[in-house]
Design a protein around this ligand. Structure first.
Ligand SMILES: [Fe+2]
Ligand SMILES: [Fe+2]
Length: 377
């Protein structure tokens, strides 16, 4: 799992001994000719300085291990996207803070995490899913309140509405437009919130699409195609965007720093996979699935002629040494038998998977997974 650059807490008060993500400290504070809201920037700055110095490591440490990796990549993109999207310095700062804080609520309950553990690809007409997304956003805000932060309203609204939709009876309701706090703002501030959210939702969805280690993406062949990605984002949120989603996606794909983050996302992290399998072996969620059912369902939807690139990437990471440390032979046998049995339905895919498993066993003869493959094939 990658970590952002870090630096020691310069004041060494409550943060002593922790490291502070550079994202919190390296944003330039200088004035900018684009800025027409210097007072907001000042308030935000005054609010962020104590947060930066004292609490950020503590906040980041409260994430569960899957969501922590996610917010790190969203924050990495946020550092780049403010400039690309032409946000003012204060807006860019809110974007970056929202990236770090937005999913705090997701770590409070397995039900919120279950968004990552759906048996099939997320169905965006699923009211249950939308409810979970809206609730975890509200829980993020609640958690920050409970921790004693007086959130600036702009940041609060971005966190609260970071999944800006609600499906009711087949139609989309825009929860931002129905938010009384949003509607209490002057027009200039409302436009600011909308501008930031437009960018934020693209970054959040782009990360969700590219993160190979999240269980719902385990077998995916993730392609960097502007139209495919923009289409998925619009499908996810409906037509709430007031900016050109495709253009922002393309600009991020073309930016070397953003591209590096996204490409790193597409590499499975075997430690995250192994830990997910271990911790979710017995758990069930609101979708009532554990990782074994996810394996079965994802294999079930493979069709003859499917591009198995993502699936093979997933399989090859099962031979990583970290699996031998975190898991045990009983687990390896369970995963192996799920893969073999579930693929029996489709002879061509079964043959290809079987051949690939033998390749893995040859290439990683000392791995836990190779031992199981050699035992049963
Ligand atoms: Fe979220
Ligand atoms: Fe998120």
């Amino acid at each position: 799992m990658h970590r952002p650059e870090t630096e020691e807490d310069p004041q060494g008060s409550e943060g002593r001994g922790h490291t502070v993500p550079a994202a919190w400290t390296h944003v330039p504070w200088g004035t900018d000719s684009r800025s027409s809201s210097w007072l907001d920037d000042l308030i935000l700055r005054l609010w962020l300085v104590p947060l930066t110095r004292k609490k950020v490591a503590q906040i980041a440490d409260t994430y569960d291990f899957i969501t922590r990796a996610h917010v790190e990549s969203v924050a990495g993109l946020a550092r780049i996207a403010g400039d690309i999207a032409g946000l003012r310095p204060g807006e860019a700062r809110v974007l970056e803070c929202a990236a770090w804080l937005h999913d705090l609520g997701k770590s409070t309950s397995d039900n919120y995490l279950s968004i990552l553990f759906t048996p099939r690809k997320l169905d965006y007409d699923d009211e249950n899913l939308h409810q979970l997304m809206i609730e975890h956003a509200a829980q993020s805000e609640n958690r920050l309140d409970a921790m004693g932060y007086a959130l600036p309203l702009t940041l609060r609204l971005v966190i609260r509405n970071h999944h800006r939709f609600l499906v009711k009876a087949g139609s989309l309701r825009d929860i931002l437009m129905a938010d009384p706090d949003f509607n209490s703002l002057p027009e200039r501030k409302r436009k600011e919130v909308v501008r930031i959210l437009d960018v934020f939702m693209v970054l959040d969805a782009l990360c969700a699409y590219t993160e190979a280690s999240r269980p719902s993406n385990w077998f995916d062949n993730i392609v960097f195609d502007r139209d495919v990605i923009a289409g998925k984002i619009k499908k996810r949120y409906g037509d709430v965007f007031q900016s050109d989603v495709g253009a922002l996606v393309q600009a991020l794909l073309d930016h070397p720093g953003a591209r590096k983050i996204l490409e790193r996302n597409t590499e499975h992290d075997p430690a995250v996979m192994a830990r997910t399998m271990k911790e979710w072996a017995e758990k069930t969620s609101i979708y009532d699935v554990n990782y074994v059912l996810i394996l079965t369902c994802q294999i079930d939807v493979l069709k003859e002629g499917s591009d198995l690139t993502g699936f093979k990437n997933f399989l090859s990471h099962l031979a990583s040494p970290v699996f031998s440390v975190i898991l045990w032979e009983k687990w390896a046998e369970e995963v192996f038998s799920e893969i073999v049995v579930a693929s029996l339905e489709n002879k061509a895919i079964h043959r290809e998977i079987r051949a690939y498993l033998l390749t893995i066993a040859q290439e990683h003869p000392h791995s836990l997974f190779a031992g199981v493959i050699n035992k049963y094939i």
